[in-house]
Ligand binder design. Structure first.
Ligand code: F6R
Length: 364
């Protein structure tokens, strides 16, 4: 039931602090300040490579995880969308972990890729929201998200719960491989525990985002820019917007702008920039200047520090809490979801049942 909400998608966006906390309870031992996976028989310390396969929003969660596995666990990661992976004869060597991410656990291409990897002798890990699904049954290592049923066709709470599990998995692998000290593990746990309150702080901007929706709703095209682990969020923001508002949107790595997409920029193309302050911020600010010099209108999503430095002259800004890089992708997911949601409402589209889309894609 939708309760006080107008749409399931809206309800599910607002459930995120609760369901992310619920999911993390299975992956974090708060008293011991340790990450811990659900009980299983494998020793992951021998893993030498990770292959991530998923579709759509779940694939974008995998893209974020690639940064984390490489950065924290120093594990090489290959990642692909399932419909490509299956048909490209990927190199799968012994000792590999194949990781599948899916809300439904039934997406046909992802399931076929799982079976392909299993036949090729990979250890199969699955991050899945439906515990009775085919993927859950066929996993060696089942990593459930506890998002509860996701009814809105556009995935929201499943995504942030996937990210929470993947962050814990990255930390677990890092500890197992001797790449993360006890002090660093404690820090990761502390950050993960902070996530629900950071999500609440992000949700507090709902009214403000609703009020700016009319600035985006008339656009024919919208660009989303991000860098590093926030680049997949740009892709996710664009996907959410196109799915439910039918506005053409593209996500780009901020530094790629000048290699082509900048040709699209004019006053009519809003550019949504996702950029927490930090070591890469200056680079993104110079990309913003390139956009502005061509008349582009920017919506900057950043923290207080970032907005103080680069908020001036923007069409609009959305202030996120200042968070650790590990949880930034979860927190920045909220404003892009809300923006897509309110733009779709402003356009009067069917938010929960967008045209041409099905909740679970069980055909190839
Ligand atoms: C986007 C969306 C789709 C799914 C994709 C994978 O909002 O819902 O892109 O993410 O179809 O579905 P699952 O995660 O069920 O495998």
């Amino acid at each position: 039931e939708k309760g006080n909400y107008r749409h399931f998608m809206q309800k599910e966006i607002f459930e995120q602090p609760t369901v992310v906390a619920q999911t993390l309870r299975s992956y974090v031992r708060q008293l011991e300040q340790a990450v811990a996976l659900p009980q299983f028989d494998f020793d992951l310390s021998g893993i030498n490579r990770v292959t991530i396969v998923a579709c759509g929003t779940s694939y974008y969660a995998g893209l974020v995880a690639k940064y984390w596995f490489e950065q924290f666990a120093r594990l090489p990661v290959d990642i692909d969308v399932a419909s490509e992976f299956r048909y490209r004869d990927p190199v799968l060597e012994p000792g590999g972990l194949a990781l599948f991410i899916s809300q439904s656990g039934e997406t046909a291409d992802t399931l076929a890729a799982l079976r392909h990897c299993k036949a090729a002798g990979q250890t199969i890990a699955v991050v899945v929201n439906v515990p009775t699904s085919s993927m859950a049954r066929e996993a060696d290592l089942l990593l459930p998200t506890h998002a509860g049923p996701e009814i809105g066709v556009a995935s929201t709470k499943a995504f942030t719960c996937q990210l929470a599990v993947l962050a814990a998995l990255a930390a677990h692998l890092a500890v197992k491989r001797g790449r993360m000290s006890r002090a660093e593990e404690c820090e990761v746990v502390a950050q993960l525990i902070e996530t629900p309150s950071a999500l609440n702080a992000a949700l507090a901007h709902d009214d403000e985002i609703a009020a700016m929706a009319h600035l985006i709703a008339p656009a024919r095209d919208v660009l989303y820019l991000g860098r590093g682990q926030d680049y997949p969020l740009a892709l996710e923001g664009a996907l959410k917007l196109k799915e439910i508002s039918y506005i053409h949107a593209e996500g780009y790595a901020a530094g790629e702008m000048k290699h082509g997409p900048i040709a699209l920029i004019d006053e009519a193309v809003p550019v949504i920039v996702l950029a927490p302050s930090g070591p890469l911020f200056e680079k993104t600010v110079s990309n913003m200047q390139e956009v502005r010099a061509r008349g582009g209108k920017i919506v900057l999503i950043s923290d207080a520090e970032g907005l103080a430095e680069a908020g001036e002259g923007c069409l609009a800004t959305i202030e996120m809490p200042k968070v650790h890089p590990l949880i930034a992708p979860l927190v920045y997911a909220v404003p892009v979801q809300l923006l897509a949601y309110h733009v779709a409402c402003a356009k009067g589209t069917d938010v929960d049942q967008p045209r041409n889309l099905a909740k679970s894609v069980t055909v190839e």
